[in-house]
Ligand binder design. Structure first.
Ligand SMILES: Nc1ncnc2c1ncn2[C@@H]1O[C@H](COP(=O)(O)OP(=O)(O)O)[C@@H](O)[C@H]1O
Ligand SMILES: [Mg+2]
Length: 264
């Protein structure tokens, strides 16, 4: 995203990357190279898809087919999906890291400077509602290009000085759901991972959300209403972080928000 840097890695850089332990141990490693800082993402070993098959079956049975996941976990195909999605999203004009090198076992992408959206929203300071709206606009920008994300959780958006960029494209939801379903899923993941961090100013967020849904296709709006109805019982979960923890309160916040919107 920084045009002044050469985007080519030199043979020396690649040798250092290949020899590095970091990405093998931690999966993701940031390294300095002659083309600037880069992120090396190692391939995860393939795992059984049985848990994913069972998850999909449960989602289907619960009327939540929108949340089905691709039947793939790690391995060379997962890396191929991420490399392909990075190229497709970039071609569509979506802000994603530049892909710099691919080889069996790992790929190299541009390092994006800035906190992730989850961290940015967790900070007490600044106009957090404005940051939340920037994230909303980033998802809208993806959808307006007839695209979807992989896992639109706050931690997978980087707040760079040039704007918000999306990372982590290892799953292509279009392998198992339609585009409008994948887009509805993006919104659910976005709301689920952000709302609980901003318990105040719900009324303003609801009016932003009404405008968002109004600008989406009719099908996406229908899928959102369906999700809102299916998830509505979760609004009765506790809403205090302590002692319940983030999984409970994030589900509660999203279910309650969507229920208020859907019934209005
Ligand atoms: N291009 C990037 N620029 C900056 N940080 C990145 C980049 N890609 C990944 N990261 C960091 O590495 C973490 C893990 O990468 P991610 O692609 O999300 O993999 P995972 O599938 O393990 O979640 C991210 O949460 C982020 O902190
Ligand atoms: Mg991630």
């Amino acid at each position: 995203m920084r045009a002044e840097l050469p985007r080519e890695l030199l043979p020396d850089d690649l040798q250092r990357i290949r020899a590095s332990e970091g990405w093998r141990r931690d999966r993701v490693e940031v390294l300095e190279t002659s083309a600037g800082p880069v992120v090396v993402k190692g391939q995860r070993p393939p795992r059984s898809v049985t848990p994913r098959r069972m998850f999909n079956w449960a989602m289907q049975a619960a009327g939540l087919a929108t949340l089905k996941v691709p039947l793939r976990d790690g391995g060379p195909e997962a890396q191929q999906v991420e490399v392909r999605r990075l190229a497709e999203l970039r071609a569509a004009g979506v802000r994603v890291p530049t892909l710099m090198h691919v080889e069996p076992g790992f790929f190299v992408q541009e390092y994006l400077t800035g906190p992730d959206l989850s961290r940015e929203l967790s900070r007490g300071a600044g106009d957090r509602l404005a940051v939340w709206q920037q994230g909303v606009a980033a998802v809208q920008a993806v959808h307006s290009r007839q695209e979807c994300l992989s896992q639109a959780f706050a931690r997978n958006f980087i707040v760079t000085p040039e704007g918000i960029a999306a990372i982590d494209h290892e799953e292509d939801p279009l392998e198992v759901v339609s585009l409008p379903q994948a887009q509805a899923r993006d919104w659910l993941f976005y709301l689920h991972s952000t709302l609980w961090l901003l318990p105040e100013r719900r009324a303003e967020m609801l009016s932003v959300w009404e405008r968002v849904v109004g600008a989406e296709s009719r099908l996406v709006a229908d899928f959102m209403h369906r999700l809102a109805r299916r998830l509505a019982p979760l609004r009765h979960l506790p809403s205090q972080r302590k002692p319940w923890g983030r999984d409970i309160v994030s589900a509660q916040a999203a279910a309650s928000f969507l229920n208020t919107w859907s019934r209005s």
